[in-house]
Design a protein around this ligand. Structure first.
Ligand SMILES: [Zn+2]
Ligand SMILES: [Zn+2]
Length: 300
């Protein structure tokens, strides 16, 4: 996570942000600081050995998430400490009702982590989060703690524990491509951790083709090559079924909607970004949050 760039991008957006947008940006800026500090501790504590360039290239080409074959080791006490750090940050800064905030802060996250299936968390984080959500009672999650807050705490904490490993997989994959390996992964979802993409961007990807598209995974931080004309949910390449829409006056942040699966994806167009905004997906992901409401209005 490039905190310096995140701070610069947030500062640029804050110059003329509406109060609610400003509050969201500042919340995430602080949260990324918490996650980055935890990620650095995790990376220092237990190194992750990514598969070789050849193996990584084969997994990408087969559409098999790398973590499913080379899982990330997640220490229960460390993960519990990360969850507790995220929860107390959210309790203090997320604008929650006092009783919800105190339930979130008071929950015993270390005990939760000791009972959770962290082998699954390190190999299939999306399934892990779904299983936690389906079994909140088994973890003694108090009734006054909303399930979505519990899930958010766990997902944010997982980012800190997965990111260092994801970074090394992405570096190894870049090496595999440089050695002539496959340029695009076969899977639609994240080729590193298997989670669905959070958002996407179109712009200068450094490819020989000039302008390209990348998917971004908020769960592990990976980015990967993706076709310009393709649905990031169902994978269709039928141009007639894919449409772009945006809020008037903001062509930098668009919704790509798909007639085939009915889903949508949020896409940043780098060339249309306001002057002087450093490009960083962690911030763009936050800036595009209101597009989810736009998409839901369209569906309604
Ligand atoms: Zn991922
Ligand atoms: Zn689709």
């Amino acid at each position: 996570m490039d905190l310096e760039r995140i701070h610069a991008a947030v500062a640029a957006y804050l110059r003329d942000a509406a109060p609610s947008d400003a509050a969201r940006l500042e919340f995430f800026e602080g949260l990324y600081g918490v996650l980055d500090e935890r990620a650095q501790g995790v990376a220092a504590a237990n190194g992750y050995a990514a598969p070789s360039a050849g193996e990584t290239g084969e997994l990408f080409a087969a559409g098999t998430p790398v973590f499913s074959k080379a899982p990330v080791a997640i220490d229960a006490d460390e993960f519990g400490a990360t969850c507790a750090a995220v929860a107390s940050y959210m309790a203090a800064h997320a604008g929650l009702d006092a009783d919800v905030a105190s339930a979130l802060g008071a929950f015993d996250w270390v005990r939760f982590a000791q009972r959770a299936d962290l082998a699954q968390a390190g190999s299939d984080p999306t399934a892990f989060v779904n299983d936690v959500l389906a079994n909140l009672g088994a973890f003694d999650v108090p009734a006054d703690m909303p399930a979505n807050l519990c899930a958010m705490t766990v997902m944010f904490a997982l980012r800190a524990h997965l990111e260092p490993a994801s970074e090394s997989v992405c570096a190894v994959y870049a090496q595999s491509v440089a050695e002539g390996g496959e340029h695009a992964p076969a899977s639609i979802d994240c080729p590193v951790c298997g989670s669905p993409a959070s958002a996407s961007w179109v712009g200068n990807t450094g490819d020989t083709s000039g302008s390209g598209r990348r998917q971004y995974c908020a769960q592990c931080g990976a980015q990967w090559h993706f076709d310009r004309v393709r649905c990031g949910r169902c994978g269709t390449r039928n141009q007639g079924h894919l449409h772009y829409t945006n809020v008037e006056g903001d062509r930098a942040h668009r919704l790509q909607t798909c007639d085939e699966c009915g889903a949508y994806e949020r896409v940043v167009f780098q060339d249309d970004l306001p002057e002087g905004v450093p490009f960083v997906m962690e911030v763009e992901d936050v800036v595009m949050a209101p597009l989810d409401a736009v998409a839901q209005q369209r569906e309604a």
